[in-house]
Write a protein that binds this ligand. Sequence first.
Ligand SMILES: [Zn+2]
Length: 429
Amino acid sequence: MSDLLGLSTQIIDEGRTDELTNRVTQQLSEVADGIAVVESFGHCVAFRTDSDLLVFDTSNPAAGPRVVEALRGWSEEPVRTVVYTHGHLDHVGGSVAFVNDASARGFARPSFVAHAAVLERFARYRLTDGWNVAINRRQFGPRRTVGLTADSGPAGSRARFLPDDVIAPDVVFENRLTLKAGGLDVELHHARGETDDHLWAWIPSRRAIACGDFLIWNFPNAGNPQKVQRFPGEWAAALRQMAALEPDLLLPAHGLPIGGRDRIKMVLDDVATALEHLVEDVVARMNAGETLDAILQAVSVPPHLLAKPYLRPLYDEPEFVVRNIWRLYGGWWDGNPARLKPPGDAELAREVADLAGGSVALARRGEQVAREGNLRLACQLVEWARAVGPDDAEVRAIASEVYELRRSSETSLMARGVFAAAKGTEEGP
Ligand SMILES: [Zn+2]
């Protein structure tokens, strides 16, 4: 058994949460005969066929060359086919390194296979470039973002969110595609989950599934507050479809590969159950006419599921998924009549500050509430105070202190990133 499978077995079977599972070592491990994983952000999964290599995903722009180098330490065969599990930058961004490797070795350029909506995603990234650069900066922090975007370009120019040299897919499909790669049959299945352009692959002869981000060894990224719609119900359905095939090897694009039919079945079932629980509960309450706020107060994931080593809310979190389910099935209005056509933030803040006796009094109340442990209320109070008195040194200091308390009390990278940015300093999540 390879080290990675041994490690995931130990972590899952013992329920260990002290071990780092999302490692970015840029190292390759052979996890079964002719099947390898390069642990990157995200991983590259490679299959050796009779005559060449088939790979899933290329990691991000900065890591692409190191991923190719790791792959070349394992095999010198041409990479004939690159499959994108979806169009996120940490999966497609390293693609140009594969093309460069092929031309340096005198091999034909690999063919790039993906779901058709990857092309629409690329067009959207170009349309909303500034927005995506800004939200990635908040989500991952100012320093980390450098590794996710191209660091090429003249000094002083801002890197584009989707670098121009990322390779667009040249073979696309809608629902299902069967590939024959050097004697290896690969079934590609489209399913919506983290994205609308996602696929997962079943390789019957190896009883293996390359599942992309359908498993990330964290609570599913189905709620992301700053990004386009995710699809929690369809995500769960895809996991159920995978489980029904009874795979012996599961190869995710983040976290550790998993071996063993029963173990994989349990993991897929747990993640699907957590998502189904949220979807069913939210939809039942929407059908009963509840507001978004009432639903947010009432719905949660059973703690025993959240405690699993592959479901901890360290990246995304259930509260954000609840909001995304509301957005998927409802409208943007949350059901509170005051918020259908609300006063502007500045007007509301001024009114509340006047009632409280000024922005400093409001900020001090925020600080007091924070010390009592109610950080949700504290952030609202200091945010009002800061809107009225943005240049007041005491207000700014209190706001920064309250958001630091908030950042350090949160578990998810997404919440930590937003609260770190709210401190007004150049620190990451
Ligand atoms: Zn990913």
